[in-house]
Design a protein around this ligand. Sequence first.
Ligand SMILES: CC(C)(COP(=O)(O)OP(=O)(O)OC[C@H]1O[C@@H](n2cnc3c(N)ncnc32)[C@H](O)[C@@H]1OP(=O)(O)O)[C@@H](O)C(=O)NCCC(=O)NCCS
Length: 181
Amino acid sequence: MGGGLSFPDLIVEDFVLKPLCAADTTDLLTLFSDPEVTEFMDIPSLTDVDEARDIIDWAMSLARQGRGVRWGIRRNGHGSLIGTAGFNRIERDRGRLGEIAYDLARAEWGSGVMSRILPRIIDFGFQDLALRRLEAMVTAGNQRSSTLLGRHGFELEGRLRDYGFWKGRYWDQLIYSRLAD
Ligand SMILES: CC(C)(COP(=O)(O)OP(=O)(O)OC[C@H]1O[C@@H](n2cnc3c(N)ncnc32)[C@H](O)[C@@H]1OP(=O)(O)O)[C@@H](O)C(=O)NCCC(=O)NCCS
């Protein structure tokens, strides 16, 4: 791994999280082909396996360089991918911060799955990576994501107006953070 970082598998109850790899490509296509899942994400719904491959390549490259990690989530480590979670960015030189990101298949929403997994990701950031600050960018209107972060001790710091541009328009981003105790 780059940056002296290694990213192990994580286990949370019966969920097994493994860093995304090429074998996850078709499962990721299924996950991100659902417009409800991608509604507030910075990608359009996927229609082609090459698009999923690009995301996997991005995630693997991040992990190799120690600049981030995205774990794929499966029940008991097999079956279909029910979501992903991780760090889109890890900065340990000019600050000690990590940007958290996560998603779940639509069928998994509303039963506390991410609320059980997120504490493990937070713990990995503060303990294993020794980060000082965890942050998350949420597209304005993504109420489920804002509620999840609020439940786990993240504070809203502000609204970044027209911060993102994807799917043909600008999007405000809400920035949340939580500092190490
Ligand atoms: C963001 C996302 C992961 C949130 O999923 P979620 O299921 O709402 O989140 P949680 O795991 O916190 O579950 C909360 C729900 O489970 C219920 N729940 C059941 N057991 C629970 C428990 N032990 N702890 C917390 N909530 C529990 C809550 O009451 C809540 O239900 P409600 O939606 O009916 O109010 C999901 O909406 C998603 O994947 N969205 C698409 C991708 C995306 O936008 N990602 C974020 C980019 S910033």
